[in-house]
Design a binder for this molecule. Sequence first.
Ligand code: GCB
Length: 597
Amino acid sequence: MNIYRMRHLSILILLPLTVAADPLITHVDGRQRVSLNGKWQVIVDPYELGYYNYRYEPDPNGWFKNAKAQNRWDLIEYSFDNARLLQVPGDWNSQDSRLYYYEGTVWYKKDFDYDLKSGRRLFLYFGAANYEAKVFLNGIFLGEHIGGFTPFNFEITRLVRPKDNFIVVKIDNKRLRDGVPTVNTDWWNFGGLTRRVELIDVPDMFVQDYFIQLDKGKANRIKGWIQLSGGGKHPLTLSIPELKISTLLKSDATGRAAFQIEAAPELWSPDNPKLYRVQIITSSETLEDDIGFRTLSTEGYDILLNGKSVFLRGICIHEQAPRGGRAATEEHARILLSWAKQMNCNFVRLAHYPHNEYMIRLADQMGLMVWAEIPVYWTILWDNPATCANAENQLTEIITRDKNRASVILWSMANETPRVKGRLEFIRNLADKARSLDPTRLLTAAMERHYLDSKTQMIDDPLGDHLDVFGCNEYIGWYDGLPEKCDTLVWKMKHKKPLIISEFGGGALQGYHGDALTRWTEEYQENLYQHQVNMLKKIPFLRGTTPWILMDFQSPRRPLTGIQDGWNRKGLISETGQKKKAFWIMRQWYNEIELKK
Ligand code: GCB
């Protein structure tokens, strides 16, 4: 493959070229692996001194060489041995107060030994690194990855040695106008190795990836494919013991085995989050995963889960850890999703980018449906082909990672994008890509409450033509009038498609009390939610809501003065875990909806 040739070339000329990651290995938890989490040595490098020389050309003796002085007179201006330590997974901003608002390059280094047995291959896997990562092993460039929220891996079979390996990663979280997201967002741009790092040890021929779900709309047919690494015709077995399925398959010349199997699984739903142990057995390994089966479709205004209309009792969630920093651990995921359960949710919108795989796995187990999203947020450079390719790549990576999770019901293409030239083509291209990779899920985007014209006051966005579900953000009572405005509105939609109010809400500082007209008090927020709920109850085609947002989150758009103090205060729960009054309004409404089911 040309990637290998390019890598070889880059070793020869010693200058890092652009090299993409190797095809993603999915379901890393099911593999033989060794964690590289823990303390990494880091050097902060705002001028990218470790990468460019003084003519701003890539330096073949950059810091990825991990050079050490051999003599007293050697001039080497950096040393990982004397560097600071940071915890991985974790962002750098929340771990060192000097880096609180730092955006730029940080070099990470970790040593390891590894005894790779013959007949095995080794991959270096990153759950995510925000935003651009250049990865080196033993001084040699492996490749780079762009995009802060999706996994990537590099094969290191031929480069790894039994002792004294060192990985160096240059991570740069500078915001870029042509990036995805772009420079302007309402969340903090946490930098670093924000998710786990692992060595994945697989046999020569291994199960690269698989898609095992119910056929679209068919509750009695499991359909999909298994992809082996490399091509070639090999026998393999797909087995689901509990369903008494054991099907012999054979891969084709490309290493892919497509199948469809008649079956009658118990269906996954929030009330019954049933998962089946699925086994893929080849001559060299048995890979096991827990997979749920359910159908999804829309009919007019309805979202049908397993053929029945469902109301999505949801909440938006940022990947924000309580008390600060990027949520990085399974424990963080459990805390956030348990709060959603306490509110009686059956649905979560994981805004505004792909969240940690822990979230999706737990949602599968806890019975929470998921809206998964990519950071095509606000004012992306719609006409820039590289921006488009970047968004498409992030979408592909997240669908690749999560396509076997029953909890994921919606892929969201974008959030609050302006109706400008190029935007429609950009997002339509993403929707086409999503459908080609995964024909089973519904597609949506969070749009806005724009009227077709002021006379009819009919809500419209041409983007809705290309999606299955219409997501609409609105801030009536906060940015848009006072809470009473909710009482005066009549909702009309051009699209006869299910509507989700994908955001509404307002800010409150937990513990700050006053009357219902005083901004930032819990009482204002509570009153706003009361008016919102009364309005929402009257929208006949509403099929779900995800208020903004579960917990307060860090955002540089929220001035470091007084109440907000660097935090978006629209959470129903404070960053210290205290519930605000509005939390109980939502809980009560969701209880009522559930009782009426
Ligand atoms: C929005 C955005 C969200 C913001 C929120 C706010 O419409 O989608 O990312 O954080 O408003 O609080 O203003």
